[in-house]
Ligand binder design. Sequence first.
Ligand code: SF4
Length: 466
Amino acid sequence: MSVETVKAPKVGFVSLGCPKALTDSELILTQLSAEGYETSKTFEDADLVIVNTCGFIDDAVKESLDTIGEALAANGKVIVTGCLGSKAVDGSADTSGGMTAQNLVRKMHPSVLAVTGPHATQEVMDAVHLHLPKRHDPFIDLTPSFGIKLTPKHYAYLKISEGCNHRCTFCIIPSMRGDLVSRPIGDVLKEAEALFAGGVKELLVISQDTSAYGVDVKYRTGFFEGKPVKTRMLDLVAELGQLAKPYGAWVRLHYVYPYPSVDAVIPLMAEGLVLPYLDVPLQHSHPDVLKRMKRPASGERNLERIAAWRETCPEIVIRSTFIAGFPGETEEEFEHLLDFMREAKIDRAGCFAYSDVTGAEANKLEGMLPIALREERRARFMAVAEEVSSAKLQSRIGATMQVLVDSAPGLGKKGGVGRSYADAPEIDGVVKLLPPEKISKQLKVGEFTRARIVGVDGHDLVAAPI
Ligand code: SF4
């Protein structure tokens, strides 16, 4: 029998959760494809289903459990991976490898074939091999060198580490993903190079704490193309910038804490080596609240630090997330946060009203605020954030910016949608592109265009391609 006549085993795949979970999904899908498995768009048509879950907040837990239930009902053969897989019934970390009824997924859905935690490509593949043996002789390797990507072809997430050494009181990620483990710098750079060569125009560096990259290996020296490179954020960013250059691609940094070591990265932004964009999850400004949150870099002088960054690189855009109504937050502490927002002029800010996360230490803190007050503070915060952000957007009118095109039906004859250096995909605004004035001008997805900013529409800019 020739290989072509052997029906390839089909796997259904559902990827839930954050960009870090997405990169886990990509690694599993890449491996499946390399081994000759096909993917199925429906549960019914698949021989087996993998659900990559999220366990961060209670809504995400519910969505994950519901999805597992649907997959079981429609298909029957289900492997579960991801954060929820390492959660016990009482919200603590499950160390049984999903083997006992103490495991939340196992308890709710006892018939699943296997349960693993996050970052477990090999364990997932072992379970797949057991329940759906691979084709014996897959001559055909259709996997591109940069693996399978779930993002559009022109941007990709690059995960540089897994886990986190901090113990923020509102977060259960360390109990699910463990302490920081940095990927070898040579592997990270090799993956980045393959992504650029494969057409990626924007690389988004992600982790739980990008500024801590290499701490676990004491900034060990690794090798890339025979050259020694330190496992350290500054060296990584410099190398990524150099790799991106010949492709004219962007490098964007996420989850960076405001440690003094980050100051050295800002000149690379001023030079244009990487995007002048920094995603710094600050969560609050008041030292006492930060202490109760057990936040990293809480003792740093964030206002002064941000001012110094802006001096070195005036075009820097800072995105951040905050929590309003954290347990014990006084009106005075909250107003400190509003003043901080006005002064720091955070370009892009998101805010959550505090809510308990099952298993988090903060649930036990004193001074839990009524939900209505938390929501009210969130709304007050967002009103200030929008004022700041809208003034920033208005000031761009008349400027010419480089825009990466994300969507352009009919080659942009009716306009399109793109993003400038100030907009990360999914979380920030966009640049709405008008139909080009010049007949010959075309907009193509995944390509850059210059555009003149002509207006503001909510969180978005409106621009005329030139
Ligand atoms: S830094 Fe804090 S919030 Fe972020 S993953 Fe680590 S413990 Fe969680």
